[in-house]
Design a protein around this ligand. Structure first.
Ligand SMILES: Nc1ncnc2c1ncn2[C@@H]1O[C@H](COP(=O)(O)OP(=O)(O)OP(=O)(O)O)[C@@H](O)[C@H]1O
Length: 225
C-alpha cells in the first residue's frame, strides 16, 4: 500500500546563504495493508521529515513514494488533496482548530468529505467522542477552548472517523492517560484488522511494541551512514 523507493531529501536554507543540507538518501520502505511500521532513530535522524514527505508536505529531491497507485512526489496539489481525503489520513497530537466549528462537526467532517450522509457521519462521530471520553456537554462547542488532552482526543476521533486505507500516526498516545491510551491502542488495532497500512512515530515504547509489526530505523537513511 505504501511503497518508498530511493528517496532523498535536501533542505535549502534561503535565509542562510542558500546553504543546502542533505538529510536523507536512498530511503526505502514498504508497508502492506494491515501492517503497522514504527519509524525509530535518534532525535534529528529524519522521522518527522519522512512522515511529512509521505503526506506530501515536503518535496523529495529524488525517488518515489507510492500510496496505492499515486506517487505523491509527482502528484499535483489537486491529486494530493484527493489522496488526503480518500486514502491517506494523518493523526498528530495537535488539533488544527477552525474557530466556531462545533466538535461533532470537526469529527464528522472527513466522512462528509467522502460523501457519507450526515446522520451516519454524526453517529460515527458521537460513538468516537463517547469512546474517547469527551463529555457530551462539549460536543456542540468549538474545541478552541478545550484542554490540550481534550483537543488531542478530538483530533484522534477525527483521524479515525473515516476508514483510510493508509494512516500516518505522529505520537498518537503522547500525554494521554491510561484509559484513553487504551482506547487509541484499540482504534489502531481495529484499523490494522480492517487492512489499513500504518506508519507511525511512537515514543511510547509499550504502545509501539503492542501495535507495531516492524521497526524501521531512519538513521540508516542518513546520507552519512
Ligand atoms: N524545515 C526544515 N528546514 C531545514 N532543516 C530541517 C527542516 N526540517 C527538518 N530539518 C532537519 O532535518 C533533520 C531531521 O529532522 P526531523 O525533524 O525529521 O528529525 P526527527 O527524527 O523527527 O527528530 P525528533 O525525534 O527530535 O522529532 C534535522 O537535522 C533537522 O534540522
Amino acid at each position: 500500500m505504501i511503497q518508498i523507493e530511493d528517496l532523498s531529501k535536501t533542505f535549502t536554507l534561503h535565509n542562510q546563504g542558500c546553504a543546502v543540507i542533505e538529510v536523507m538518501k536512498g530511503a526505502h520502505l514498504s508497508v502492506a495493508a494491515g501492517e503497522c511500521v514504527a519509524l525509530t532513530g535518534a532525535s534529528g535522524s529524519g522521522k518527522s521529515t519522512l512522515m511529512r514527505m509521505i503526506y506530501g508536505n515536503y518535496l523529495a529531491a529524488s525517488g518515489s513514494i507510492h500510496i496505492g497507485d499515486v506517487d505523491i512526489t509527482q502528484a499535483d496539489p489537486r491529486e494530493i488533496l484527493r489522496l488526503r481525503r480518500e486514502t491517506l489520513g494523518y493523526v498528530s497530537q495537535f488539533l488544527r482548530v477552525v474557530p466556531r466549528v462545533p466538535t461533532l462537526d470537526v469529527v464528522a467532517e472527513p466522512l462528509l468529505a467522502v460523501g457519507r450522509d450526515e446522520e451516519e457521519a454524526c453517529d460515527i462521530a458521537r460513538d468516537l467522542l463517547r469512546k474517547l471520553n469527551i463529555p457530551e456537554t462539549l460536543w456542540g462547542l468549538s474545541p478552541t477552548t478545550f484542554s490540550g488532552g481534550e483537543q488531542q482526543r478530538v483530533n484522534i476521533a477525527r483521524g479515525f472517523a473515516y476508514s483510510y486505507p493508509a494512516l500516518l500516526l505522529d505520537e498518537p498516545t503522547a500525554s494521554l492517560d491510561a484509559r484513553n491510551r487504551e482506547v487509541v491502542m484499540e482504534l489502531i488495532e481495529q484499523a490494522k484488522s480492517r487492512g489499513a497500512a500504518i506508519v507511525g512515530i511512537f515514543h511510547d515504547e509499550a504502545a509501539r511494541d503492542r501495535v507495531c509489526d516492524r521497526l524501521v530505523d531512519v538513521t540508516s537513511f542518513s546520507p552519512v551512514s
